[in-house]
Ligand binder design. Structure first.
Ligand SMILES: Cc1ncc(COP(=O)(O)O)c(C=O)c1O
Length: 490
């Protein structure tokens, strides 16, 4: 059946990705033996055919080699710092790429294909189509087209002045953030904001400080720029700031630490800003989901406390409207406006004009803030449904953190040991549940303080209450199977 084939292909891909990640992080070295197909199939609760298919793919890509009668092993000459094999024999040899291109070879490229066969998908980052303000958006787009002659010429690289002025007002009302429109740079999502920051503020070998665990796509941007990333431990109050090393840049998510959810305490905010002033570092404040506060009072952004022009504020509409719009905004210190304008111009001239004008219209008319209030209520209901289902179905078997804000929580599975995290994820997918492990968000090889249990990043913004409850039931069943199989194996 097609859906069975698709499920098997996903599991095969996941095995390949897991083994590649272990090779890239040094957990598996050249010549190390892989588990036998029988052992891996038993451990993950899948068929040997699936494991064999994964090993064959890894052999074809050059990660793994076999000899007649012997167990598959990691290809000799492969290691964490050596150039990784190409994705397929037909793609470019990595040696022909720039140093930047070669550094990218270390990063996995997860599939973005949707998985229609899943009963519930807790994939973080997805929103519900039902939440998009279709009518208001259509009205805004039509208004832009009808009322203003579309201007068929290149615009300001920093974005339309109308949108930058609208954002200035919004950020003041919503976040107490003061800036001039000239400090606002409209970008293609936060991701481009991070990329521009890395280009402008990091040289190869510079150090970037970042939360651990933290946002993988920020870490990869800094590593791709050739920087050293210094992981800093995170606790319930966000990133620890008491002994930060000298660095060119710090990346933080102060309103809702990604992924663990702590809010950076007032003391740490002051300490971080004092560190930035002392060392001359810039601080990127990623305020990615601050619209979603449930049980806590609004906390002013770091940017509002910064009197020394060290903070670069980063916001996005990916959590309020849609991640597909690719619209975000930087608020940069005045001294950096011009370099950012030049870098943005070289990257792509400017963000798409029609969408910028439509967003400006939405903000000016008040429709955006009404929409934010509506989706905040809906996501508060989803969050309640998730927390109630976890408590009723799993009780003490789980510890849930980061619940006060945002669109995801981290769930520690107290009865499932950490080394079973991947196994549980694969089994859950096979049972129709999309869950996503927390371990890849930790810096590879870092000995970060973390529970010894498996952990999941659980996003709920795309699901209705029924799917959330069903998803938690499947999770409970899968946890039970993994736990029982673990006991049998002991
Ligand atoms: C920490 C963090 N920052 C930013 C974003 C948003 O990224 P973008 O604006 O590029 O869609 C996300 C999305 O998942 C995120 O988790």
């Amino acid at each position: 059946m097609a859906s069975d084939d698709a499920a098997q292909a996903r599991v095969t891909q996941r095995i390949c990705d897991t083994i590649k990640t272990r090779i890239a992080s040094g957990l598996l070295g050249p010549g190390d033996k892989l588990p036998s197909t029988r052992a891996l199939a038993a451990e993950w609760g899948i068929s040997r055919t699936t494991v064999t298919a994964a090993y064959e793919q890894l052999i074809a890509e050059g990660y793994v080699e076999t000899r007649q009668g012997a167990r598959a092993q990691v290809a000799r000459g492969l290691g964490p710092s050596s150039p990784q094999p190409t994705r397929s024999a037909s793609t470019t040899m990595t040696g022909q790429l720039s140093a930047f291109g070669r550094r990218l070879a270390e990063f996995p490229l997860p599939s973005v294909a949707s998985a229609p066969s899943l009963v519930a998908d807790f994939r973080y980052g997805d929103l519900s189509a039902a939440d998009f303000p279709t009518l208001a958006w259509r009205k805004a787009v039509t208004g832009v087209i009808l009322r203003r002659q579309p201007r068929l010429r290149y615009d300001d690289p920093c974005g339309s002045l109308r949108l930058r002025t609208a954002l200035q007002g919004y950020l003041w009302r919503a976040r107490g953030l003061r800036c001039e429109p000239e400090q606002v740079i409209v970008v293609n999502g936060s991701q481009q904001g991070l990329d521009l920051c890395a280009r402008l503020l990091l040289d190869p070998e510079d150090r970037a400080v970042m939360e651990n665990p933290g946002y993988t796509l920020a870490r990869q941007v800094f590593l791709a720029a050739g920087a050293q990333v210094a992981p800093v431990t995170v606790d319930g109050e966000g990133m620890r700031t008491d002994s930060l090393p000298d660095a060119s840049l710090a990346y933080v998510t102060p309103s809702h630490q990604f992924p663990l959810g702590g809010v950076l305490s007032a003391g740490r905010r002051r300490e971080l800003l004092a560190w930035a002033r002392r060392t001359g570092a810039h601080v990127i404040e990623d305020d990615y989901d601050s619209e979603y506060r449930f049980d806590i009072a609004p906390i002013p952004p770091l940017q509002a406390l910064d009197g020394a022009g060290r903070v670069i504020y980063l916001g996005t509409v990916s959590k309020t409207l849609s991640p597909t719009l690719r619209l975000g905004y930087l608020v940069v210190p005045k001294a950096l406006s011009e370099p950012f304008a030049k870098a943005k111009r070289l990257a792509d001239r400017h963000a798409p004009g029609l969408e910028q004008e439509a967003l400006a219209e939405l903000i000016e008319s008040g429709a955006y803030e009404r929409h934010v209030r509506r989706v905040r209520r809906r996501n508060a209901e989803r969050r309640m449904a998730l927390l109630a289902a976890l408590s009723a179905t799993l009780g003490d078997a789980v510890t849930v953190v980061g619940v006060e804000a945002g669109l995801h929580v981290v769930v520690w599975l107290n009865s499932v040991p950490r080394h079973q995290e991947e196994n549980l994820t694969v089994r859950a997918h096979a049972a129709g549940l999309g869950v996503y492990p927390v371990t890849p968000l930790y810096a590879p090889g870092s000995a970060a303080d973390r529970p010894d249990a498996a952990g999941l990043v659980v996003g709920y913004a795309s699901l209705d209450a029924r799917s959330i409850i069903r998803g938690v039931q499947i999770l409970a069943e899968v946890m039970d199977t993994v736990r029982r199989r673990g006991e049998v194996g002991r």
